[in-house]
Structures are given as structure tokens and as C-alpha cells.
Design a protein around this ligand. Structure first.
Ligand SMILES: Cc1cc2nc3c(=O)[nH]c(=O)nc-3n(C[C@H](O)[C@H](O)[C@H](O)COP(=O)(O)OP(=O)(O)OC[C@H]3O[C@@H](n4cnc5c(N)ncnc54)[C@H](O)[C@@H]3O)c2cc1C
Length: 462
């Protein structure tokens, strides 16, 4: 199933690139045509225009998470404490700054290259929809302030309600350093720019086998590419492609709904710009308007993959459509009569730390990888492209030296414990948050189990 965004974007671009045929050679072969793969290709061309780069995509560029996400382009500010705990203060400061700069880099890039990605730099509101959520941003805001990084400020409750367009919000903090984009148009725009820069793109060309070499050989159904360097930018599909990564991520769905156009009704709620609104649950509700007057709402943490296998349930109408519609009407009672245009879902690659990780395959340093964005990849995948380009070019710089490049920082338990444990924790979170919605004290066991999911720090979008 094509997600709504990709359908919209495809109607305006050149269609399908050819599938890989025959035995070919490239300097760099990038496997995966999402944000990570395409930003890497572009960063490589920007630094070394003579490189011969081929991108192999299983389906269409953008068919993975990059063409189906909520388009909330956020920073790593909310992850500062996790970054500091894992990587130390100096690197945490550098990465948060870089994540803030990524918002502007992407804005500039789409402007300069004429990509109509509906980039709106209207900031983000982290809100509380229950009393238990009030104040959850305080510790990270204090730490950010102490390092001169804090772009957040508390907003009076009536202003939160007005800017978010919903009386469900009790409190909130606002940061102007965030944007929203049309993810389908962004990813297809990156594809167009990569092609114009001379990158060869092959769609409907899944990697079926990877021979390490060197040189490495990537085999597809009708061809192969021999390359000195390979970049695996496979996101949630990495666990299927390389079983060694199976326990490095938990694959969990994010589900979305979008309404028909209703600009007047939306305008009347107060939601008048491209602000991204997120509440402070563990599996957050997030929503935003679109420039053509629709409301999009999403929530992560619904369906889990067993053993890293991405089954068809991740590629269809959302199984949670009714629940999401109810939530949408809870936030926006005035939209009750507005039909949904579509619902869909997609797999997210939740890492143990809640942060992406990068590296080189053991024993095959010419093969690099990057994944694990944990539901917050629209902005950070731009940084991912810079990291992977530095690894490919063997540069000695802040990106190649970053501790993000040391591979997974932890592993999930093996199956069937991981799957059973995921459901146990998910159900505990649901009970805890239902109790909090009703202003009841959650059971201690649910609080304890929920802490496993939040231990890695605040998860922005899952
Ligand atoms: C429903 C949903 C909502 C989200 N909302 C947000 C949001 O609002 N904000 C945010 O920051 N993040 C969000 N995310 C996360 C974000 O979309 C991802 O972190 C980001 O798109 C990752 O980009 P990527 O290129 O690494 O992965 P992908 O875009 O998934 O790219 C991987 C590509 O590899 C291809 N592939 C797989 N197997 C093979 C193979 N064998 N051979 C060749 N190609 C292969 C896939 O088809 C895919 O195109 C959301 C994710 C989902 C699923």
C-alpha cells in the first residue's frame, strides 16, 4: 500500500527509476532509498563530485518510513540528558547543536533546490494532556539552560490551548527550533536532486545477497553491483537483511490518520500554522495541520514485529484507525463530521538508547550502516547522511569520531522474550496512561514496567 504522502508526491515526479540489470560497478553502493540513503548520496556528491554512486531501493524511494512519517522535523533537545549520560557533556552539546542546525540545513536545501516540501518552520509545542505529564520537560530544560542550548520556554495554559487548537492541553513548552514538512515530497525531492547530481538510482531492486569482499558485491534479482564501499541505509529492514542486527532494534509501528480538507474548521480551532504538537506520553500523540487544510494525527507503539520480520500488517490501513479517530475527535470535537481521507502505518526502528547508531561491519570496514532513529529521524537522518559520508570518505572529523559511530549501545533480549516483553510493557503503559487520564494513581507494577520504555530518556515520537 502506498502511504498517502507518497501517493501525493508521486503524482508530481518523474515516476519509476529503472531496476538494476546485469553486472555493474560503482565506487559506492547505497542500499535503501529513504532519507538516510539519499542524504548520504547527496553529502558524498557535495564533497566528492567525481564519485560514482548507485542507490538500490527495494520498492520506490520513499516507500519506507521516509515517505510515511508525520513530517515533524524535531531536534535532539529532548534527548539531551540521554546523550549526556551515554556520550558525555561535550558530545551531547555538539549533537544537540547539530540537530538544531539540521532544521535550518534542510530548510535551506529545499529552498535552494526548489523542492516544494511544504517546509514550515513554525516550531513545536510539547504539551501535557494529563496532570501527571505536567512538568516532565523541566529537568531537560534546566540542563539545556545550563549549557546555553535551551530554545524552549513555558507557555501560559490559555496560549497553549490557543496555539495547539485544542482544550485538551493543560500546559506546554514551546520551541521555535522545529519545522514540519511533507515527507513524501521531501524524499522524492531528494531523489530528484541526487539524480541531477549524477547519482544512479535503481528502484524495484532489492538487495538479496551481500558478499563482503572487498570489493563488496550486492546482488539483486536481475543484477549485481560490485563496489569498493557499501552503505546499508535499511532502517527497520536491517534486521531482516543482516540477522546480526536483529537484537539491536525493536520494530514497532507508528500509525497515522489524516482528514479531508477542512481549512475553515481548523482555522476556527486556532491551529493556524505548521506547528508540531506532541503530548508527553511515552507513546506520544502528535499532530499538525497541512498547508491544504487537513489535520494529521499519529501515535507510535501499537504493533510490534516478532523476530525482526516486517509482516504485511506494517503496510496497510492502520489497525488502530478507530482509536486514532477517537483521539482526533478528543482533541478536536469540532472535526467530528470531517471524514478521514486515509490511515496507514509503518515500521520504526527503536534502539535500546532511543538514538540512532552507525558503524562499520566487523571484519568488513568498507561496509557502513546507520539505523535506529527510534521514531525521530526526519531531521536526524540529515546528520546520518553526514556521518555515513564521513565514514565512506574515511575522514577524520567530528562525525567519524562521534560515539554515535560505535555501533549499537545495547541489545534487546532474544525472542520470544523480546516480543512478549514488548507487549507486556506496551500494555502496562496503556493502563498507566489510561489511569492518568482519569486522574487515578496507576498501579505500581504498571509504573515499574513503563519505566523500561522511558529508561532511555524521553522518546520524541514513539
Ligand atoms: C508512521 C511513521 C511516522 C513517523 N513520524 C515521524 C515524525 O513525525 N518525525 C520524525 O522525525 N520521524 C518520524 N518517523 C521516523 C522517520 O520516518 C524515520 O526515522 C526515517 O524516515 C528513517 O529514514 P531511513 O532512510 O533511515 O529509513 P527508510 O525511509 O525506511 O528507508 C529504508 C529504505 O530501505 C528500503 N529497503 C528495505 N529493504 C531493502 C533491500 N533489501 N534492498 C534495498 N532496499 C531496501 C526500504 O524500502 C526503504 O525505502 C516516523 C516513522 C513512521 C513509520
Amino acid at each position: 500500500m502506498r502511504a498517502f504522502w507518497l501517493e501525493q508526491a508521486l503524482s508530481g515526479d518523474g515516476g519509476l527509476a529503472p531496476a538494476l540489470q546485469g553486472e555493474q560497478v560503482a565506487d559506492v553502493c547505497i542500499v535503501g532509498g529513504g532519507f538516510t540513503g539519499l542524504w548520504t548520496a547527496i553529502a558524498l556528491k557535495q564533497q566528492h563530485s567525481a564519485l560514482d554512486i548507485a542507490v538500490l531501493e527495494r520498492d520506490l524511494c520513499g516507500a519506507g518510513a521516509s515517505g510515511r512519517n508525520g513530517g515533524c522535523l524535531l531536534t535532539w533537545c529532548a534527548k539531551f540528558l540521554t546523550l549526556q549520560r551515554l556520550f558525555g557533556e561535550a558530545e551531547a552539546v555538539r549533537l544537540v547543536r547539530a540537530s538544531q542546525e539540521a532544521v535550518d540545513h534542510i530548510g535551506r536545501f529545499v529552498r535552494e533546490h526548489g523542492i516544494d516540501a511544504e517546509f514550515r518552520r513554525d516550531g513545536t509545542l510539547y504539551t501535557a494532556t494529563t496532570r501527571a505529564q505536567v512538568g516532565t520537560m523541566e529537568p531537560v530544560m534546566r540542563a539545556l539552560q545550563a549549557h546555553g542550548l535551551c530554545s524552549y520556554h513555558n507557555v501560559p495554559p490559555d496560549e497553549v490551548v490557543q496555539r495547539a487548537g485544542s482544550a485538551r492541553h493543560l500546559a506546554g513548552v514551546y520551541s521555535p527550533v522545529a519545522a514540519t514538512v511533507h515527507p513524501g515530497k521531501l524524499v522524492r525531492g531528494l531523489r530528484r536532486v541526487a539524480l541531477q547530481m549524477g547519482v544512479r538510482i535503481y528502484e524495484r531492486s532489492p538487495m538479496q545477497q551481500l558478499r563482503h569482499g572487498p570489493p563488496a558485491v550486492v546482488q539483486t534479482p536481475w543484477g549485481s553491483i560490485r563496489a569498493g564501499k557499501v552503505v546499508l541505509a535499511l532502517n527497520a529492514w536491517m534486521a531482516e537483511a543482516l540477522p546480526a542486527f536483529e537484537r539491536s532494534i525493536a520494530i514497532v509501528s507508528s500509525d497515522m490518520v489524516i482528514t479531508e480538507r477542512c481549512p475553515e474548521l481548523l482555522h476556527a480551532t486556532g491551529l493556524r500554522d505548521g506547528i508540531a504538537v506532541l503530548d508527553s506520553r511515552i507513546f506520544v500523540y502528535y499532530y499538525r495541520s497541512t498547508p491544504d487544510g487537513r489535520l494529521m494525527l499519529g501515535k507510535g507503539g501499537n504493533t510490534f514485529a516478532r523476530g525482526g520480520r516486517i509482516t504485511p500488517v506494517f503496510d496497510q490501513r492502520s489497525p488502530c484507525e478507530a482509536e486514532l479517530e477517537q483521539a482526533l475527535h478528543g482533541f478536536f470535537p469540532s472535526l467530528r463530521g470531517v471524514p478521514l481521507t486515509a490511515s496507514w502505518n509503518g515500521p520504526s526502528d527503536r534502539s535500546v538508547s532511543g538514538l540512532p547508531f552507525f558503524g562499520r561491519l566487523p571484519g568488513a570496514p568498507h561496509i557502513c550502516y546507520g539505523l535506529g532513529y527510534s521514531g525521530n529521524g526526519v531531521g536526524p537522518s540529515h546528520m546520518g547522511g553526514r556521518i555515513l559520508a564521513s565514514l565512506v570518505l574515511e575522514r577524520d572529523d567530528a562525525w567519524s569520531r562521534s560515539p554515535l559511530v560505535q555501533g549499537p549501545v545495547g541489545w534487546f533480549p532474544p525472542e520470544p522474550i523480546r516480543y512478549a516483553g514488548s507487549l507486556l510493557v506496551r500494555n502496562a503503559i496503556r493502563r498507566k496512561e489510561r489511569a492518568e487520564e482519569q486522574d487515578r494513581q496507576p498501579w505500581w507494577i504498571d509504573r515499574m514496567l513503563s519505566s523500561f520504555a522511558s529508561a532511555a530518556g524521553k522518546s520524541d515520537k514513539q
